[in-house]
Design a protein around this ligand. Structure first.
Ligand code: ATP
Ligand code: MG
Length: 686
């Protein structure tokens, strides 16, 4: 347990009952969790009875690696996952009690939107469907189902939305599918309503640890309470100043409720920041200062004053990007020891801001990766393939059925599919189930029927083969043969106007297959020629967990590249050199009043939003270890227009010493000249 201070040790040794570590950024909260896992195991708790909950899959992978560094192979059996991944496991094991088959499908956000559109009769536009999706998700995050939403509805709009939600629930049941919110809601209902399930999980879990506790939502807190039961053996770590997912239903009430719900709660505060220099930490503390304090905290650093935080004002985004690239090159050329590419991060408010930086970095030959951007799994070609995997596992998944049967087109037209859909609804079965019904031939022409049956048989055949395909080599050749059979490459070239785009999409497909195959395990040789032996899985098993992985970046972690990331996705991470870009009013804080004419509901709304934006700025600043540049542009593109910008109010709130913060040498020169002239004038007067 070396490498921990007294307060951290206290948190690690607090193994009985509930424990809350509440502390500012970089104070070693995540480090407490990793060390506590090791300590609990050394105390004799079986690894598989420890669950550590992280905010992202990537954070889970990193924590497993760190824990592995402390306790070796025993880290393998610890449950380290997001709430959602744990929820999948619980729902697959015990979901039958709620009428869910173990092989249920997990719908992504696009599927959900199109189902909702369908629920309203298909005349709705996508934007409206997205808004419903958002509202329904908010209800679900409060723990409501459609019946509860209907009972609570205040007006006509809410009532009709609750009715759409009801239809949506019916579809999901029919498709044997769940959405992301269900991955928390279903386990919660299982634990709440079924004593035997509750006892089973409470017996299994000896200690639950939760990182980034400030960003949990109401249902996640319920789930946590049900998992740990009365004894409440858990450790939550968090920082109310870093709560930045309020817009997605996270609530600080969970922090406030903890001491009330668990009167025996031990609260431990950490005050030393081990990440950033004093100059950076001071800027962070100044920014968060104006926010109301839920829990007063102090944070100090012993890493020395360090480089002053710099402000850069730039003409426009291109200029800002060029300067960012130039700074990276100049630090690489001058700093000793030379920083690696991966020591640099460029952070921004919104995904679309990455573009000019990508261009500038590419031009300067700087390797980079965009994290937290469009996920690999959001690409149409990957979703196409995933539709087939979903169908192997759950033939009742109608959205997957429709996607798979129509990409590539195989001469089965809309009329045929329409008739099949009607037949399935009439006979209360899924579309796939309807294929093999004795009565189907009565409603479809022979040719259409044959096409459908051939599709059905090929899905069954693939499922069978995928189940019996073991290890990465067999999986790879299976996947390649299958793509060939499907004519998928040709399909991409046929459907894209540009050959380059088609080629890029095809290479995504190949990369994806390669990555899936790797996950099937076996003897794997890396680029350096070292072979490792990992557990062998069937391709079907691999496919089963795909829907949950939101990014493929899990395996990219250690590449030596500059990171471009949104502020939201940078949570919990750290880099030696950070640049926060586009820090202007309207971007950060993000525009607080709608300029499309809609009235803000109430002024408190704006105040609360401003506070969350301020926390986002605080998260950004505290990612930096040694140097921090904050830049803004005088002009910014907005759609086709260019708008004038003001520096963000947060820049002033950092209260940097104006003389040291300016990086622009011309400015410095101007000041020197002025001083010189003033002194000369004074002398003359004297
Ligand atoms: P955040 O609020 O951003 O999630 P955190 O509180 O989780 O931050 P960590 O990421 O655990 O903080 O730690 C920040 C950095 O400080 C890490 O590099 C970690 O290794 C280091 N660190 C933490 N505690 C100590 C310690 N006692 N001695 C030396 N280094 C430490
Ligand atoms: Mg952390």
């Amino acid at each position: 347990m070396s490498g921990l201070n007294r307060a951290q040790l206290q948190a690690v040794y607090c193994t009985q009952g509930p424990c809350l570590v509440l502390a500012g950024a970089g104070s070693g909260k995540t480090r407490v969790i990793t060390h506590k896992i090791a300590h609990l195991i050394e105390q004799g708790l079986p690894p598989k009875s420890i669950a550590a909950i992280t905010f992202t899959n990537k954070a889970a992978a990193e924590m497993r690696e760190r824990a592995g560094g402390l306790i070796g192979r025993r880290a393998k059996d610890v449950i380290i996952s997001t709430f959602h991944a744990l929820g999948v496991r619980m729902a697959r094991e015990d979901g039958q009690l709620l009428g869910l088959k173990p092989n249920f499908s997990i719908l992504d956000s696009q599927d959900v939107a199109s189902i909702l559109k369908d629920c309203a009769g298909g005349t709705t536009d996508l934007a409206t469907a997205r808004q419903w999706q958002w509202d329904i998700s908010a209800w679900k995050n409060q723990g409501w189902d459609a019946a509860q939403a209907l009972a609570q509805a205040q007006d006509e709009h809410q009532r009709s939305l609750a009715l759409i939600m009801q239809r949506y629930e019916e579809r999901l049941t029919a498709y044997q599918s769940v959405d992301f919110d269900d991955l928390i809601g279903i386990p919660m209902r299982l634990l709440r309503g079924h004593e035997q399930v509750r006892e089973k999980w409470q017996r299994l879990l000896g200690h639950v640890l939760v990182d980034e506790y400030q960003d949990t939502n109401a249902t996640q807190y319920e789930l946590l309470k049900l998992l740990v039961g009365e004894t409440g053996n858990f450790t939550a770590v968090g920082d109310d100043d870093q709560s930045i997912y309020g817009w997605r239903g996270a609530t600080l009430d969970n922090l406030k409720k903890l001491p009330q719900d668990f009167p025996q709660l031990q609260v431990i505060k950490l005050e030393q920041n081990y990440r950033s220099t004093s100059a950076i930490l001071r800027a962070a503390n100044n920014v968060i200062g104006p926010n109301p304090k839920l829990f007063p905290k102090t944070l100090f650093s012993e890493l020395g004053e360090g480089e002053p935080v710099r402000i850069q004002d730039c003409d426009n985004e291109e200029h800002e990007a060029e300067r960012a690239a130039a700074r990276i090159l100049s630090l690489r050329a001058s700093a000793n020891p030379q920083p690696a590419w991966k020591d640099f991060a460029i952070l921004y408010r919104a995904n679309h801001q990455a573009k000019p930086f990508e261009k500038a970095l590419r031009k300067a030959n700087i390797p980079y990766k965009v994290s937290g951007g469009t996920s690999f799994f959001d690409r149409a070609e990957i979703k196409d393939l995933c539709a087939w995997f979903r169908l192997w596992m759950n033939p009742d998944d109608d959205p997957a059925f429709l996607r798979a049967i129509t990409t590539p087109k195989r001469g089965i037209g809309h009329t045929t599919l329409g008739k099949l859909g009607e037949f399935a609804t009439q006979h209360k079965t899924s579309m796939f189930g309807a294929l093999f019904s004795q009565m189907l031939p009565a409603v479809l022409p022979k040719k259409a029927l044959e096409g459908l049956l051939e599709f059905g048989r090929s899905v069954n055949d693939q499922e069978y083969r995928a189940r019996h395909t073991l290890g990465h080599e067999a999986s790879r050749s299976f996947l390649l043969d299958w793509l060939q059979e499907l004519g998928y490459e040709q399909y991409l070239y046929d459907s894209e106007d540009s050959e380059t785009v088609a080629a890029a999409r095809w290479s995504n497909v190949l990369e994806f297959c390669d990555w899936m195959a790797q996950r099937a395990g076996g003897q794997i040789e890396d680029a350096a020629g070292t072979t490792t032996q990992t557990t062998v899985k069937s391709l079907l098993e691999v496919a089963q967990n795909i829907a949950l992985l939101s990014t493929i970046s899990e395996r990219e972690q250690d590449q030596d590249m500059v990171v471009l990331s949104t502020l939201h996705a940078s949570k919990g991470l750290e880099w030696p050199h950070v640049q926060l870009v586009g820090v202007s009013e309207g971007m950060l804080p993000f525009k607080l009043n709608d300029d499309d004419g809609r009235q803000q509901k109430v002024s408190e709304d704006i105040a609360a939003r401003l506070q969350e934006e301020r926390r986002l700025m605080y998260v950004g600043i505290t990612r930096a270890q040694r140097s921090l540049v904050v830049s803004w542009t005088r002009r910014r593109k907005k759609g086709r227009d260019t708008v004038q910008c003001q520096p963000s109010r947060f820049i002033a709130e950092m209260q940097l010493d104006a003389a040291t913060a300016r990086e622009d040498p011309r400015e410095k020169l101007r000041k020197l000249r002025e001083e010189f002239a003033a002194r000369a004038a004074a002398r003359k007067v004297g």
